[in-house]
Design a protein around this ligand. Structure first.
Ligand code: GLN
Length: 483
C-alpha cells in the first residue's frame, strides 16, 4: 500500500475516500491471508465504521491529521475493547478486553483505521512467530521462511502490503528483528516514552510498544501519535514529544558522529549481513558522517542477562492466568488446585512453560542472589557501556540480526539457537534505549537485511534522522516482495 503521506494527500484532495482505502486494505488481506497468515482476526466492520467517520469529517470540511483513514494492524497482545485479544495463546482464546490500551486508543482518536489483530509468538516469547498457538505466519519474501518474531504478524502484514503501518511490542527485539527479516522499518522507543497500559505484560521492565512501516517517515508519524505521558502507566515518562516528522532531513547534521559497535561483527555473523552493514557505514561516511569505532565489551553478556531477567518477570506476570479470571479453563477438574494446574498445563505452550520454570527457579530463595540479582548488576554494566559510547557519538549502528530470515522449523527444536537471533537487539532493551531497524541490503536469495540504529535515552530524533538520511540516499526501501 502507499505511504501515509500519499494516502493523506489522496484523502484531502478527495481523490479517494477513507472507506475506499480501508476496502483496499481489507481486499488485500483477503487475497494474501491464505499465504501469509499475518492476522489472527480481521476487524472489517469496525474498520469501515472508523473510515466512514473520517469521510464524514472530510465532507464537513474538518482538518484531518496524518493518521486519519490509515489502515493499521495491531499486535494481538494489545487490549482492544470488545475485540478478542489472545496474545497468541490458548489460555486467552476467549478473552475480550473490557478496556482499550492507551496506544490503540490514541491511534483511534487520531482517526487511524484498525483492520485487524496480528499474529505473534505466544505472550511475545519467541523470534519466529512459530510459538503462536494458532497459526504460522510466512515471510512475504519467501513463504517457507519465518517473518521473525515475536511481532511477526505485524511485520509480515506491512511487508506484504496488507496495511501500511502496524504496532508491535519489543521486549528483546520483537519489533526490530522481524522488521529486519521482513525488510521494513521498525522502532522500539526509549523505555517509558510510550505507555504500556493495555499491553499484556511479558517482562515489564523491558517491554515497549512501537511502530512498523515501509518508510522512516511513516514510523516517525506513528511514534509521534502514540508517545507521551500517560497517568495510567506508572513508568510513563513526563516528557514533551517532539514533532519527529518535521525534524527529518535528507542531509545529516554537520559533524554527525556514528559509532560502530565493534563487538557485533564477531563470531556467528553471516558474511552477507556483515558486508551489507559495512556498506551502509561507508554510505554514512560518504554522506559526511564521522565514523568512530566503539567498544561495548559487556554487550556479549546481554543474552544470558536477558534470559534471567525476562523469564523472572514473566513468571510473575503470567501467574494471573489460572482459569479463574481470564479466558480458558480446564474442563471438569476434581478440585481447585487441579483446576489451576490443568488450566495452565493445557493453556500454555511449551516455550511459555519453559520460561515460567526458568523464572520461578531464578527467583526462588537461595537462587535469587546468584541469578536474578547478579543479572540486574550485569544489566547496569551493559547500561554503562552505552553511557560511555554516547559520550562520544550521536548514534550507534550494528546489524539488527546475525542472519537473514531462516526456514520455518529450522530452529524450533533448538531454543538456544533461536535465542541467538536477538543477540544484537537485547542489550538495547536492557539499557532502555531507542533502537530502529531499517533495510540495508539483500542477500543472494533476495532476503532483506536490517541495519540497527541505536540512540541515547530519548534521542529518537537522532535515530530517526540518521535512518531517514540513509533511506533517502539508498533504494532498498523501494523493493517490495512479489506475492
Ligand atoms: N525473542 C525474544 C524472546 O523470546 C524477544 C521477544 C520480544 O521482544 N518480545 O524473549
Amino acid at each position: 500500500m502507499a505511504s501515509i503521506r500519499e494516502l493523506h494527500q489522496q484523502l484531502i484532495t478527495k481523490k479517494r475516500s477513507a472507506v475506499e482505502i480501508a476496502q483496499e486494505s481489507l481486499d488485500c488481506i483477503q487475497a494474501l491471508e491464505p499465504k501469509l497468515h499475518s492476522f489472527l482476526c480481521v476487524t472489517a466492520d469496525r474498520a469501515l465504521e472508523q473510515a466512514q467517520q473520517v469521510d464524514a469529517q472530510i465532507a464537513a470540511g474538518e482538518e484531518i491529521g496524518w493518521l486519519a483513514g490509515i489502515p493499521t494492524g495491531i499486535k494481538d497482545n494489545l487490549c482492544t475493547q470488545g475485540i478478542p485479544t489472545t496474545c497468541g495463546s490458548k489460555i486467552l482464546q476467549n478473552f475480550v478486553p473490557p478496556y482499550e490500551s492507551t496506544v490503540t486508543g490514541r491511534l483511534a482518536a487520531a482517526g487511524a483505521v484498525m483492520v485487524g489483530k496480528t499474529n505473534l509468538d505466544e505472550f511475545a516469547m519467541g523470534s519466529s512467530t512459530e510459538n503462536s498457538a494458532y497459526q504460522l505466519t510466512a515471510n512475504p519474501w519467501d513463504l517457507e521462511r519465518v517473518p521473525g518474531g515475536s511481532s511477526g504478524g505485524s511485520a509480515a502484514a506491512v511487508a506484504g502490503g496488507e496495511c501500511p503501518i502496524a504496532l508491535g511490542s519489543d521486549t528483546g527485539g520483537s519489533i526490530r528483528q522481524p522488521a529486519a527479516l521482513c525488510g521494513v522499518v521498525g522502532m522500539k522507543p526509549t523505555y517509558g516514552l510510550v505507555s504500556r497500559y493495555g499491553l499484556v505484560a511479558y517482562a515489564s521492565s523491558l517491554d515497549q510498544i512501537g511502530p512498523f512501516g515501509r518508510s522512516v517517515e511513516d514510523v516517525a508519524i506513528v511514534l509521534g501519535a502514540i508517545a507521551g505521558h500517560d497517568p495510567k502507566d506508572s513508568t510513563s515518562l513526563k516528557v514533551a514529544v517532539p514533532d519527529y516528522v518535521s525534524l527529518l532531513s535528507p542531509e545529516l547534521r554537520p559533524k554527525f558522529r556514528i559509532g560502530v559497535i565493534k563487538e557485533t561483527f564477531g563470531e556467528g555473523l553471516d558474511a552477507v549481513v556483515s558486508e551489507a552493514v559495512r556498506a551502509a557505514i561507508a554510505q554514512y561516511e560518504a554522506m559526511g558522517a564521522e565514523i568512530v569505532e566503539i567498544s561495548c565489551p559487556k554487550f556479549r553478556y546481554g543474552l544470558p542477562t536477558y534470559y534471567i531477567i525476562a523469564p523472572s518477570e514473566a513468571s510473575a506476570n503470567l501467574a494471573r492466568y489460572d482459569g479463574v479470571k481470564y479466558g480458558f479453563r480446564a474442563e471438569n477438574p476434581p478440585d481447585l488446585i487441579s483446576m489451576y494446574t490443568q488450566t495452565r498445563a493445557q493453556g500454555f505452550g511449551a516455550e511459555v512453560k519453559r520460561r515460567i520454570m526458568i523464572g520461578t527457579y531464578t527467583l526462588s530463595a537461595g537462587y535469587y542472589d546468584a541469578y536474578y540479582l547478579k543479572a540486574q548488576k550485569v544489566r547496569t554494566l551493559i547500561k554503562q557501556d552505552f553511557e560511555q559510547a554516547f559520550a562520544q557519538v550521536d548514534v550507534l549502528v550494528c546489524p539488527t540480526t546475525p542472519t537473514p530470515a531462516f526456514k520455518a522449523g529450522e530452529k524450533t527444536n533448538d531454543p538456544l539457537s533461536m535465542y541467538l537471533s536477538d543477540l544484537m537487539t537485547i542489550p538495547v532493551n536492557l539499557a532502555g534505549l531507542p533502537g530502529l531497524s531499517l533495510p540495508c541490503g539483500f542477500d543472494q536469495q533476495g532476503l532483506p537485511i536490517g541495519l540497527q540504529i541505536i540512540g541515547n535515552v530519548l534521542r529518537e530524533d537522532l535515530v530517526l534522522q540518521a535512518a531517514y538520511a540513509y533511506e533517502q540516499a539508498t533504494e532498498w526501501h523501494q523493493r517490495a516482495p512479489v506475492l
